[in-house]
Design a binder for this molecule. Sequence first.
Ligand code: 1CP
Length: 360
Amino acid sequence: SHNTPIGQANFPPMENTRILQAARGEEVDKIPVWVMRQAGRYLPEFLKVKESYDFFTICTTPNVACEVTLQPLRRFALDAAIIFSDILVVPQFMGMEVLMLPAKGPSFPQPLLSPEDAKRLIKPDPETAFKPYLDSIYLTRHSLKGKVPLIGFTGGPFTLFTYMVEGGSSNTFTKSRKWIFAHPEETKNILQMITDVVCEFLYAQVCSGAQIIQVFESHAGLLGPADFNEFILPYLNQIASFMKAKGRENPETDVPLILFAKDAGFMLEELFMTSYDAFGLDWTIDISKAKVLGQKYKKTIQGNFDPAMLYAPQDTIRARAFAMAQVGGKSGYIANLGHGIYPDTSPDHLQTFIEAVHTV
Ligand code: 1CP
């Protein structure tokens, strides 16, 4: 089980470590490529599994989570697997109920309406709360047979906070944006509680077999620079510092860290000053400019193909993906989309994207 010390877990030897090398700024033979949300939604074989299980049942049933994690790897020459789970398991750990409603998406029956509600939040017992997720990682790392590295992940504290306040998806995020300014100190207390759980959960994922970590701060674009520096950046910084300190204490747990802060291109330089190794970029960022800045700060960049462009004719996808990957280059670059793949994307079009990257 995941309780085996990492040095004794007997994980299979690795065949392909391009993503780990690229994240560390080393030269690679081919540009590594993976796709945000690559497991699930757009694959017919996933939809088949989903007929039999509720979403969070898949996440908490290790052999099923493992199966859907491996599904895209059977079709495509991806250079990483990402464990099937969701960012919203962290609010669940903290005592909040989260449902995944068909067609509607995530829903919190009791969101945080006022600071009073934050008293309901608990500090989880990692042994019990994290267990199914860690067992999934351990099983999947073995089942991958060393083919490609396994990515563990979490939501960023600010993004998780917005869901906990909004109670689900939102187009405007007015509830959470109002909350922050109405209750700044209480907001920071909650962000700190989330950060503490995220740190513990990420380190446990690495101890269970995750070889690289991505933090999804998907709602990083909701605040201006000064408030970004107050409510988003310090917590992201804490996560990276915590993981790097753990990695120094126990070198077997020293894994690369990727930060995907969507719509935060206006803070790129501040982000590059943190101790994350790699930065996921959305499609609004000029990748050649990001590359120059990345070289200055010795940071790897990841991205940033517009997921909507996967609806273009395949010749267009091929040309645009090739051009993007050429700019990214064979060191300090990981190819990916600029956000998650859309549910009605053609798997053939995704295949064209992946192949085009590998021809560089
Ligand atoms: O990447 C993978 O394939 C692994 C699994 C994974 C990951 C990394 C899932 C499965 N979700 C996520 C991350 C995630 N979840 C993010 C960060 C990335 C992003 O910005 O897209 C976010 C914001 C969520 C929250 C979430 N979960 C949403 C978005 C809601 C919104 O605000 O619009 C949704 C729709 C989900 C459900 C979900 N999570 C994952 C899947 C396959 C699904 C669809 C569930 C279904 O098919 O019923």
